[in-house]
Design a protein around this ligand. Sequence first.
Ligand code: IPM
Ligand code: MN
Length: 362
Amino acid sequence: MKIAVLPGDGIGIEIITEAVKVLNVLDLPLELEWADVGGKAYDNHGHPLPEATLNLAKAADAVLFGAVGDWKYDKLERQFRPEQAILGLRKGLGLFANFRPALCYPELTHASSLKPELVAGLDILIIRELTGDIYFGQPRGRRTAVDGHFPGSEEAFDTMRYSRPEIERIAHVAFQAAMKRGKKLTSVDKANVLETSQLWKDVMTEIHAQYPEVALDHMYVDNAAMQLVKAPKKLDVVVTGNMFGDILSDEAAMLTGSIGMLPSASLDKNNKGLYEPSHGSAPDIAGKGIANPLATILSAAMMLKFSLQQPDAAARIEAAVQSVLAQGLRTADIWSEGTTKVSTREMGDAVATAITTIKTIK
Ligand code: IPM
Ligand code: MN
């Protein structure tokens, strides 16, 4: 099993190092190949997603990704900015289905900005379409306006678009995920205003006929943003487009109090995938050894489950993470009175040690 390991920028290298440490104690036949991506790749090779990195990712069975981005690249032309690397990988590998679980660990309930009773036991899965929508829609650009409110002035425009097959395939992914969980799916759109959303809603409703056991409801995105902070536990699986999913998944992540805990998976039609923490590169704390590696470690577990058919190994990692939390070990982002503050490396070591004591999972 070949894994492309792309640490990227900021805290990327620190968190990936711990995830790789954890993978290594599992004693699986994994072949890891490392490559630069993001700002690091721009510095070393003149492009945030060099051909060699993209080809390595394409050839691998899965990609383990750290994070990209740093303020020092903000002035670069868009095509050279670190974020283009992750967008290019999503598009280049056809990773249209993005899984973003928001799980509130019992030990961390108090870390949420919401009242504990609203988030205790929270377990939401946001499925975000990842290769369409306004992120990739053409045309886009800048020009001189010929009409609108201010003809003759500079304007910028992006295009929100979705085709039926793009919506159909993410709908199937979402309904199948719902079948494996609580059989409840909420499709989020803005069909009261947008054509793309009306098509989205129509297609979701049509595909629903193939999954009669799933309860489907539709929610406008503004309402969804509100429900997430009002009664998040009423949601189970949420499916939405690229832009709304970007925003709602950050909101959902914060409900759990700890974006440093949340993994994500981006899958293609064959379940080949890219796995990354839901958080970013956090350049402000890079190199300090205080970043939380658990989101990346849990992303490695998702990789074993979704792309490498190693559910037992994945379960061992998840159990090891539960166990270090139960031991009271906390990186700074999730630390509270009465718990033990540990560094990035100490956290990775603790998970690796816990794994060796968890042999099989029932
Ligand atoms: C994410 C990030 C990316 C996105 C950025 C870095 C391009 O915010 O993965 O959610 O907007 O998709
Ligand atoms: Mn985002």
